[in-house]
Design a protein around this ligand. Structure first.
Ligand code: ADP
Ligand code: MG
Length: 283
């Protein structure tokens, strides 16, 4: 039954692709489209415009990084794409349809949001259950997910017994459990030490290349943005609008991370993005 639900989910995504296809690409599973999106919190005189207007089209399979100063509306944009918020103006489409919270995307937040009284295994199993995966499939899927994020052998640990980096790996595995075509990450490594952060960046780069998911990743680090993104969008200060939309022509897939980070091309792109972020924040 649960397996059938999962297949039905995949079928729905395809149905949307076929049915709502205005531009075939705009409706492909995992694609994101924002048209004139504005979001305000509160009403009347108290209202705060958090972001927009933003027009943005993310084709399926792209790794988009949103960069901008604190408070410019990055998290708001991600919440709109996840379907947690409805835009005040404009429209948000994921795979060609209005995103439904919990269904449109796998989401990773800055703080891992795990269930502390559960083991690593318990946290992953809960995500598999929510994803509608048949119980008989859990051991295989759990092992795959743990291997994918480098957590083999930690199944029985409580989440308070593992490091912050490992906790964030559990959160990533959980977000991948549902096999949504879209993966959203909101400053997931901001609280981690530099070395752990680089490791996890490498893992996310590899996992997304392997799974072909569309990814939208929020950071305020130019370095992180250039390492991860196939495209970077820099936002102006609040309310954020698109200040720079830059393709990142660095090699994807199986690359030597150190070589990439030490390349001249990487340094140039990082300087360009860092400069754009500073200029956008000051404008
Ligand atoms: P960022 O993630 O780039 O730091 P946010 O999207 O969190 O920015 O916030 C954008 C703006 O919206 C900020 O001015 C912030 O104070 C405001 N804001 C965010 N969430 C809420 C909320 N729930 N209620 C009211 N204002 C909010
Ligand atoms: Mg934020």
């Amino acid at each position: 039954m649960d397996g059938a639900a999962e297949e039905a989910g995949a079928g729905t995504a395809e149905g949307v692709t076929g049915g709502a296809a205005k531009g075939a690409d705009a409706a492909r599973a995992g694609s994101v489209r924002l048209d004139h999106v504005v979001h305000r919190y509160g009403r009347g005189g108290e209202a705060v415009t958090a972001v927009g207007p933003v027009d943005l089209s993310v084709p399926a399979g792209e790794f988009l990084v949103l960069v901008g100063a604190s408070g410019c509306g990055k998290s708001t944009l991600l919440r709109l794409i996840a379907g947690f918020e409805q835009p005040t103006h404009g429209s948000v489409r994921v795979s060609g349809a209005a995103p439904r919270p919990g269904e449109a995307a796998g989401v990773v937040f800055q703080a891992p949001r795990l269930f502390p009284w559960r083991t690593v295994r318990g946290n992953i199993d809960l995500a598999l259950r929510y994803a509608g995966v048949e119980r008989g499939q859990w051991p295989r899927r759990r092992a795959e997910l743990l291997a994918r994020v480098g957590l083999e052998g930690t199944e029985r640990r409580r989440t308070w017994e593992i490091s912050g980096g490992q906790q964030q790996r559990v959160a990533i595995a959980r977000a991948l459990a549902a096999e949504r075509p879209l993966f959203l990450l909101d400053e997931p490594f901001a609280a981690l030490d530099a070395l752990t952060r680089e490791r996890l960046q490498e893992d996310v780069r590899r996992v997304t290349a392997q799974t072909g998911r569309t990814t939208v990743f929020v950071t305020h680090s130019a370095d992180e943005a250039v390492f991860l993104g196939s495209r970077i969008v820099v936002l102006t200060r609040s309310p954020g609008t698109v200040a720079l939309d830059l393709p990142i022509p660095l090699p994807r897939g199986d690359v030597d991370a150190d070589e990439l980070r030490n390349s001249g091309e990487f340094a140039e792109l990082r300087a360009q993005v860092a400069h754009a972020v500073r200029a956008a924040a000051a404008a």
